[in-house]
Structure formats: structure tokens, C-alpha cells
Design a protein around this ligand. Structure first.
Ligand code: HEM
Length: 399
């Protein structure tokens, strides 16, 4: 018989901050797909199996269009109209609109282009480690290191003055943290929009050496550029930052793995893939069936909403050996933490370069790095956040 998950869990298991909530691991045990009744009564689906998540992501019969996201897993959306994604916000669009925005960006985020940035990432990383050392322990790793390193990188790439962050950083936090009410969300979003509108106009008037300026030399309108900048900035600010802080927490809780990373610099690439799989901070995305589709022995009816649990898929025991173990030498790759298909993460090579530099540099600079509070006291983001992570990570070391 078909398993039903009645509500999405709002928290992780006490003592297991890195594992998906027990209810989702349990759902996978019953099968790769479960029924999921949304708060508004819509009978949707929750997919937790690796193969099924991957095949749905590759299937154009499942849409990412925002205006089809009429059901929310925790909010009753009855009577609420969902407008289409604003111009340029291609994460929530299908083809051909999606390609109009993604295509001009692809060449700017290639492996080669991102590898060329390694030196700059090393420099920014070293600057922040120097500052931590100078200020001395204890410190909050989130504000001292995990947030600023990727934030400076995406700002420099896009051509957003990092000095201006006062006018958007807090607002991005507000709409990514999963804790703001509707009004705060709208205010934060509007304010970032306004800032970016002015910035795009400035780039068009005075192009500088950055992606946003390069993009003004195309048929994209200012409105479209603003939307593209918004998703790049939000993704660039919030994802890698959470990986760095939560990843450090995970390493500190797995001392043998941490020691292995310190001892063997050639482990960095594998370590980054494994931490990315194990933590899967971008944990859930939704799709809507455009027609009746048979998957996993079930018929998903046209118009039905499907929740894809990337973090549970990345812990699928049929796909990964000992999936709940953090093993930096793991041989089975192919995780879904950057997604799959047409929306597969555009920034993944940037994120990889940042993590490959930042993790080893941090743990080698501070050989005695440890939590400054008991592990249970580290405050985690709520499950309602689109991107999982820690709110702060108090750490200390022997100065
Ligand atoms: C899309 C994860 C870093 C930009 C995605 C998706 C995932 C993801 C899972 C697919 C969403 C879907 O299936 O609908 C991550 C993780 C990161 C990371 C785990 C860090 C470790 C970044 C960075 C950038 C970025 C640094 C900045 C350039 C984007 C964009 C998309 C995307 C623009 C939308 C792509 C599209 O719709 O075609 N990311 N991301 N990401 N990511 Fe990332």
C-alpha cells in the first residue's frame, strides 16, 4: 500500500542536525514516492528515491513554472494567485523562456572560467583567516568566514559593489532564512529589486569589467537583467555560505574525517563532493505535472504538485553505500545536490572552487579548531528555509 506523509517535518531529529528528518528517511523506506496532502487539500506527491527524483528532473513533462506552484507544503494557499516569475528569474521558468536567460550565462560559469578564479578565492580566504587570527578566539564562523568569502566572490563576478551590501545583505537573509512573515518578505524583496534596478541602469551607462556589464551588450532588457542579477546574487550569497558553515560543523563532529582532510591535501576535491552530498543544503524543490505521467508505478495527474526531496535522495541506501556516513573517500559519486536536467546549478563550478579552497585553508590554519559551545546548542535554520544551515557557529582554537 502507498505510504502517506501527512505534514512535512518542521525540525531535524535532536542530535542529528546533518540527517534529513526521520519522517523523510522513513518515507524512503516505504518506497521512492509517497502521497502528500497539501494544507489546502491538494493531493500531491513527495519523492524521496534517488532514481525517481533524477528522472523527474530530466522530464520536460514536469514544470518549474512559478505560476503553477499553486500549493505550498506548509502554507494553505487557497485563493492565493501566484503570478509568473518576473523577467530574468529563470529558476522558475520552462523552455524556451529559461534558455533565453541561462544561455548567455553558461559560458561565464564554466569549469575553466571558475578555475581561473582560484587565486582570487585563495586571497579572499587568506584575508579572512588572517582577520580571524588577529581578532583571536572565539568567533562566529558564519560572520567571520562562511558568509563573506562567497559573498565577495559573487559580488566581484557580477560587478555588485560589496561596500553596498548594507542595502541588500540583510534583505537576502530575510527572504532566504525561512523565518520571515509575508510582509517582511515582500518588503525585503522589493528593496533588493530597487537596488538592483539602479545598479543595472548604472552598468548600462558605465560598463565595468564584470558579468552584469557584459550582459548589457545583448538584447536583454534592464528588467530582465535585474531578475537575473537577483537570482545569481541570492544563490551566490546563501548556498556556499551555508555549505561552509554547516560543513565545518560536520567536520568537527567527525574528527577522523577532519584529520584525513588535514593530512591529505589531495582529498579536497572528493571531500567537497561528499560534504555536498551529505549535507545537501538546497534540500527541496517542487515541480508540477503538465500532463498525466506514469512514474514509479503511480500516475501523477496533470496539474499535480510534486515535492522532490534532494537531501533524502542523496541518502538513498539503494544508490549510496552507508548513505548516512560522512566518508570523504567515498567512491560512489553522482549526487543530486546541484540538481539535474535543465535547471542544474549554474554556479556549481564556482561553489566547488570556493569550497576546495576554503575548507582545507580553514582547517589547516587552525589545527585546534573546535566548537565553542556544546553541539546541541548550535542554532540551526528551520526546515522551512529553502537552504539549510546553521544560523551561527561559535568556534574557538588555541591562540
Ligand atoms: C540552481 C544547489 C551554489 C546559482 C540550483 C539547483 C540546486 C542548486 C539544487 C537546482 C534547482 C532546481 O532543481 O530547480 C546549489 C548548491 C550550491 C549552489 C548546493 C552551493 C554549494 C550556487 C552559486 C550560484 C548558484 C554559488 C551563483 C552563481 C544557481 C542558479 C540556478 C541554480 C542561477 C538556477 C539554474 C536554472 O534554473 O537553470 N542550485 N547551488 N548556485 N543555482 Fe545553485
Amino acid at each position: 500500500s502507498l505510504h502517506t506523509v501527512t505534514t512535512l517535518p518542521t525540525a531535524r531529529q535532536p542530535g542529528c542536525p546533518f540527517d534529513p528528518p526521520a519522517e523523510l528517511i522513513d518515507a524512503r523506506r516505504h518506497g521512492p514516492i509517497s502521497r502528500f496532502p497539501f494544507p489546502d487539500g491538494h493531493q500531491g506527491w513527495l519523492v524521496t528515491g534517488y532514481d525517481l527524483v533524477r528522472s523527474i528532473l530530466a522530464d520536460a513533462r514536469f514544470s518549474s513554472r512559478k505560476e503553477l506552484m499553486l500549493h505550498h507544503p506548509t502554507i494553505d494557499m487557497t485563493g492565493i494567485e501566484v503570478p509568473p516569475a518576473p523577467p530574468g528569474e529563470f529558476l522558475l521558468m520552462d523552455e524556451p523562456q529559461h534558455s533565453r536567460y541561462r544561455k548567455p550565462l553558461v559560458g561565464k560559469f564554466t569549469v575553466r572560467r571558475m578555475r581561473q578564479l582560484t587565486e582570487r578565492v585563495e586571497q579572499i580566504t587568506a584575508d579572512h583567516l588572517d582577520a580571524m587570527e588577529k581578532a583571536g578566539p572565539p568567533t562566529d564562523l558564519v560572520t567571520a568566514f562562511a558568509k563573506p568569502v562567497p559573498a565577495i566572490m559573487i559580488c566581484e563576478l557580477l560587478g555588485v559593489p560589496y561596500e553596498d551590501r548594507g542595502s541588500f545583505q540583510e534583505n537576502i537573509d530575510t527572504f532566504m532564512s525561512g523565518e520571515a512573515g509575508d510582509e517582511d518578505l515582500i518588503a525585503a524583496y522589493t528593496s533588493v529589486q530597487q537596488y538592483l534596478a539602479e545598479l543595472v541602469a548604472a552598468k548600462r551607462a558605465n560598463p565595468t569589467d564584470d558579468i552584469l556589464s557584459e550582459l548589457t551588450d545583448s538584447d536583454l532588457t534592464d528588467e530582465e537583467l535585474k531578475g537575473m542579477a537577483l537570482i545569481l546574487l541570492a544563490a551566490g550569497f546563501d548556498t556556499t555560505a551555508n555549505m561552509l558553515a554547516l560543513g565545518t560543523f560536520a567536520l568537527l563532529r567527525n574528527p577522523a574525517q577532519l584529520a584525513a582532510l588535514r593530512a591529505d591535501p589531495t582529498l579536497a576535491d572528493k571531500a567537497v563532493e561528499e560534504l555536498t552530498r551529505y549535507l545537501s543544503v538546497a534540500k527541496t524543490f517542487m515541480r508540477t505535472a503538465l500532463e498525466d505521467v506514469e512514474v514509479g508505478g503511480q500516475t501523477i495527474k496533470a496539474g499535480t504538485t510534486v515535492i522532490l526531496s534532494y537531501n533524502t535522495a542523496n541518502r538513498d541506501p539503494e544508490r549510496f553505500t552507508d548513505p548516512h556516513v560522512l566518508d570523504l573517500r567515498r567512491q560512489d559519486g553522482g549526487h543530486l545536490a546541484f540538481g539535474h536536467g535543465i535547471h542544474q546549478c549554474l554556479g556549481q563550478q564556482l561553489a566547488r572552487v570556493e569550497m576546495r579552497v576554503a575548507f582545507p585553508a580553514l582547517v589547516n590554519r587552525f589545527p585546534t579548531l573546535r566548537l565553542a559551545v556544546p553541539a546541541e546548542e548550535v542554532s540551526l535554520r528551520p526546515e522551512a528555509a529553502d537552504v539549510y544551515g546553521v544560523k551561527s557557529l561559535p568556534v574557538t582554537w588555541d591562540a
